[in-house]
Each structure stands twice: as C-alpha cells, then as structure tokens.
Ligand binder design. Structure first.
Ligand code: NHR
Ligand code: GAR
Length: 225
C-alpha cells in the first residue's frame, strides 16, 4: 500500500566523479518532477565534478577522502556518522567507486540503492563497458539495484538495455548507456519516494508485488514493462 508523503524524502547522494546521474536528479527536482530533498552530496574524491554540481544547486557538498584514513573501518565509521547527520531515508550511490563493507551496507539495508553500468547479473564489478565489448554481447545497459553486502549482487529494481554497435569503443558505448541511466535513476528514486518500492528478503517489492524479475525500461517507448 503506498502512502502519500507530505514532506520531500530526505536523500544523501554519494559520488566519486562526474556526477551526471546526480545532475539528472537535481534537474528533476528543479522541474518539480521529483519530490525529494538532497540534503548532502558526499564524495570520496576532492576533484569530483559532481561537487560543483551540488554547490551550484545549493546542496552541501562534502569531501571525505578515503586516502586520509589508515584503514577501511575507520573511514567507513566516519562515512556512516557523516551520512547519518543528515538523517536520510534513502542513500543513493551515483558513480561511487568504493566498495562498502557489510557493516555499512547493512546499516542502510533497504534504503541504499546503486546504479551499475551493466545488465546485472552480467558484468559485476569494474570496467563493464570494456568487458561487454570484449565479449561481443549484442546488448548492454544499466541496472538500478538495492545495495547488499554482495558487490553488485543486490536485487535489481529496473534495467534499461541498449544495442552494442559493431564499431563501438568504450566511450561511445558508455555514453549510450549513461544517457539512459539519467532516465531510469530518477524514475526509481521517485518510486522509492512514493513508498512504492521496498526490499523484501532478497527481492524487490513494487506496488505491493514481489518481483520475480527486474522491471525493464523500454528505451524506444519509454514504457516500463
Ligand atoms: N558496496 C557493497 N557492499 N555492495 C555493492 O553492491 C556496492 C558497494 C559499493 C559500491 C557500486 C559498484 C558499481 O556500481 C557499489 C556497489 C566500486 C567497485 C570497486 O571495485 C566495484 C563496484 C562498485 C563500485 N572499487 C575499488 C575498491 O577497492 C576501487 C576502485 C577505484 O577507486 O577506482 O573499493 O560498479
Ligand atoms: C555511471 O555510468 C555509473 O553507472 C557508473 O559510473 C558512472 C558515473 O557517472 N558507476 C560505476 O561504475 C560504479 N562503480 P556520473 O558520475 O556522471 O553519474
């Protein structure tokens, strides 16, 4: 059962780089299409362009550099404390390039999502576009999933698939996928903000129904099937 919120969903976004997925969220908020409040953007890299995008939008932009910490535990304890200061109901990984330990993921279980540039379960981990080209797959894409301790192994909510062209290189393929990431990520965040999505024992529940396969965003028609 979905329940209309009266206040925008508080969100924290974690980034490491360009932040174009962050920008897609900001654009939809500014257009009135997405009722969330991004309370902070946190980057593990000081040079992430996404920090500038946050500042431009009046969102607190914070750097927590993992290199400044001697061990992963200490870094993640600080990261959790920082995130929790903003009391988010949803934590959005948007090009965040650090693996998170189980303790951190479990702290946000059911309220942390990630966008991964492949058709999961294919190509978990890094360098997905290069691996897709190497394997000569016909279709590639992106997946939004709940984050669980298993890297890129959490239940997938929504995918979009695009064709791979014979003359593609990594940059062209990455750009084709990224353009659709900007459509599907705000859509999923919107569903979450409307109370339509939840994580149920290793599965996704959408509109009160447990999914037996990920939803698919049709890049031709824009329909979700
Ligand atoms: N953490 C957990 N526990 N589970 C997931 O599903 C996660 C996660 C953290 C990040 C994003 C993920 C992706 O979409 C993500 C999902 C970084 C790496 C990685 O190997 C892999 C997957 C993802 C993000 N990072 C290296 C590390 O040692 C560092 C690489 C670098 O800094 O360039 O952390 O792809
Ligand atoms: C996106 O393609 C995202 O799927 C991918 O990095 C890019 C970030 O772009 N994420 C990962 O590879 C996570 N390991 P952006 O910073 O412009 O949103």
């Amino acid at each position: 059962m979905s329940h209309k919120r009266h206040t925008p969903l508080p969100v924290v976004v974690l980034i490491s780089g360009g932040g174009s997925n962050l920008q897609a969220l900001i654009d939809d908020i500014e257009d009135g299409a997405l009722k969330i409040e991004i309370r902070a953007v946190i980057s593990n890299r000081g040079d992430a362009l996404g920090l500038k995008r946050a500042e431009q939008a009046g969102i607190p932009a914070i750097v927590l550099d993992n290199h400044a910490f001697s061990d992963r535990d200490a870094y993640e304890a600080r990261l959790r404390a920082l995130i929790d200061r903003f009391a988010p109901d949803l934590v959005v990984l948007a090009g965040f390039m650090r693996i998170l330990e189980a303790r951190t993921v479990n702290h946000y279980l059911g309220r942390m999502i990630n966008i991964h540039p492949s058709l999961l379960p294919k190509f978990q981990g890094l360098h997905t576009h290069a691996r897709a080209l190497e394997e000569r797959v016909e279709r590639h894409g992106a997946s939004v999933h709940f984050v669980t301790p298993e890297l890129d192994g959490g239940p997938v909510i929504l995918q979009v698939s695009v064709p791979v062209h014979p003359d593609d290189d990594v940059d062209r393929l990455a750009a084709r996928v990224l353009r659709w990431e900007h459509r599907i990520y705000p859509l999923v965040v919107g569903w979450f903000s409307e109370g339509r999505l939840s994580l149920k024992a290793e599965a996704v529940e959408f509109d009160g129904r447990v999914l037996d396969a990920p939803l698919q965003f049709d890049a031709v028609t824009g329909a979700v099937v």
